[in-house]
Design a protein around this ligand. Structure first.
Ligand code: NAP
Length: 244
C-alpha cells in the first residue's frame, strides 16, 4: 500500500498556518507535519513519525540542520532500506511562517531588519533547498508560498515588509522554473488582509474587514486537491473591500 500524501506546514503556532493545520486534521487521507516554535514534539524525533507538530525555529542554524538531515533520513539518501517508499506519493509543503515589520524607514533598526529577512526570506530558501534534495523520491510535489499584496506593490511604512514579500514572489517564480523537470507545482498566493495577530499592532485596520482564518484555511487546503494537470502560479486573494 502506498503511504499517505505527506503534508508539511511551517508556521502552525498561530494565524493562517494554525487554521490550515486544523483544516488538514479533518483530512484523514494525509500524514500531517506541523512546525513552529510552539510545536509539541522535539524536532529530532520527526523522521520516525507519521504525524505531529514539532518544535522548530526557522532562524536557528541547528534546527535547520536537524530538519535537513531528518528529511533525508525519512525520504532520501539516508533512508533505511526497510522504510516506506514514497515514489507513488504526493508531497505538499505550505510556507505560512513569517512576521511583519512596519513603521517609517527612519525608525527601522538594523537588528530587526536582519531578523525579518532571516525568517521571511532566508528560511524559505533553505527549507526549499532541503526539500529539493528529496523531490526525486516523490511522485509529485506542490509548494505553496504565502506571499502578500505587499509582494506586488508598495505600501507606506512597509519598506522592509514589501521587500521581503517581493522576494517571496521571486523565490516562487524561480523555483517554478527550476523544478519543471520534476513536474513540481509552485503556487504563490498574494494575500490581502487576513484577520490574524499580525494586525494586532495596527489598530487602524478593522479585522471585521478582513478575510477570516477559517475561510483562507479552507481555500489553501483545496490547493492540495487540484486536478493533476492543473498548475496554478500566482493567486491574488483579497477581502470584500479589496486592498485595505
Ligand atoms: N494576516 C495577513 O493579513 C497576511 C497577509 C498577507 C500575507 N501574510 C503572510 O502570511 C504569513 C502568516 O501570517 P499570519 O498572519 O498567520 O501571522 P502570525 O499569526 O503572526 O503567524 C506567524 C507564524 O509564523 C511562525 N513563526 C514565527 N517566527 C518563527 C520562527 N522563528 N520559526 C518558526 N516559525 C515561526 C509562528 O509560530 P510560532 O510563534 O509558534 O513560532 C506563526 O505560526 C506571513 O508570512 C505573513 O506575512 C499575512
Amino acid at each position: 500500500m502506498k503511504p499517505k500524501a505527506q503534508v508539511y506546514i511551517f508556521g502552525i503556532g498561530s494565524g493562517i498556518g494554525q487554521g490550515l493545520y486544523k483544516r488538514f486534521l479533518e483530512d484523514k487521507s494525509v500524514s500531517l507535519y506541523g512546525f513552529s516554535r510552539k510545536g509539541e514534539l522535539p524536532l529530532n524525533v520527526f523522521s520516525k513519525k507519521e504525524n505531529g507538530t514539532f518544535v522548530f525555529d526557522a532562524t536557528k542554524k541547528e534546527d535547520l540542520r536537524t530538519l535537513e538531515i531528518s528529511l533525508s533520513e525519512k525520504y532520501g539518501f539516508k533512508k533505511e532500506p526497510t522504510a516506506p517508499n514514497y515514489i507513488q506519493t504526493e508531497l505538499y509543503v505550505y510556507f505560512a511562517l513569517g512576521d511583519g515589520i512596519f513603521g517609517t524607514i527612519d525608525l527601522l533598526k538594523k537588528k530587526d531588519l536582519e531578523a525579518h529577512f532571516q525568517l521571511n526570506v532566508h528560511s524559505l530558501l533553505l527549507l526549499s533547498k532541503y526539500f529539493s534534495q528529496n523531490l526525486p523520491f516523490f511522485q509529485q510535489a506542490t509548494f505553496v508560498f504565502l506571499g502578500s499584496t505587499a509582494g506586488k506593490q508598495g505600501f507606506p511604512e512597509s519598506a522592509a515588509y514589501c521587500a521581503s514579500k517581493h522576494a517571496v514572489l521571486g523565490i516562487a517564480r524561480a523555483l517554478r522554473e527550476e523544478w519543471k523537470p520534476f513536474g513540481t507545482k509552485v503556487v504563490h498566493v498574494s494575500l490581502g488582509a487576513v484577520a490574524t495577530e499580525i494586525w494586532d499592532t495596527r489598530p487602524q485596520f478593522d479585522k471585521n474587514d478582513m478575510v477570516s482564518i477559517s475561510d483562507i484555511s479552507e481555500y489553501l487546503w483545496s490547493i492540495s486537491h487540484l486536478p493533476k494537470s492543473i498548475f496554478v502560479d500566482d493567486l491574488s486573494i483579497t477581502p470584500r473591500k479589496g486592498i485595505l
